[in-house]
Design a protein around this ligand. Structure first.
Ligand SMILES: [Zn+2]
Ligand SMILES: [Zn+2]
Length: 151
């Protein structure tokens, strides 16, 4: 059963509901996230269509460390970052967990971009650690051609 979640920016001008459960929850230590938040960001990935939005966020587009184009959405009044959409994962949207009414309702499973984390960062050793951008889901690789096989 899907647990509906609600969230908002700091001032409340932007409110949202998530009508699907998160696909994944992670802590991101890319330099862009550190600029935004002064720390790693805790994020869930949800189907973009599962976000019911009230209010109109401002937007900022840039190229991420991964090379993907990223559109970030935030409240123009209070500055809270809420969402990010990447050309590397069309149809899915990153939601900043700190803006959820119940941030404890999700549990991060991995630290990503861990190689960019500052020396003082606290990374739970029990969580999976990915040094940079995790690979998006891919079909299995083709079997090697005969010339590449070891005799
Ligand atoms: Zn706001
Ligand atoms: Zn990041």
């Amino acid at each position: 059963m899907t647990t509906e979640r609600a969230g908002r920016c700091l001032c409340g001008d932007i409110r949202y509901r998530l009508t699907a459960d998160p696909i994944v929850a992670r802590i991101c230590w890319c330099r862009d996230c550190q600029h935004l938040s002064s720390n790693g960001t805790v994020n869930v990935l949800v189907p973009s269509a599962a976000i019911e939005l009230s209010g109109t966020p401002a937007e900022f587009g840039s190229t991420a460390d991964s090379g993907n184009g990223v559109r970030r959405r935030f409240c123009a009044r209070c500055g809270s970052h809420l969402f990010a959409d990447s050309t590397g994962r069309l149809g899915l949207t990153v939601v900043r967990v700190g803006t959820l009414d119940e941030a404890s309702s999700v549990r991060p499973g991995a630290n990503i971009w861990s190689a960019s984390a500052p020396a003082w960062a606290c990374l739970d050793p029990a969580l999976e650690r990915v040094e940079a951008q995790p690979s998006p889901p891919k079909p299995p690789p083709p079997s090697p051609s005969p010339s590449q096989q070891t005799p």
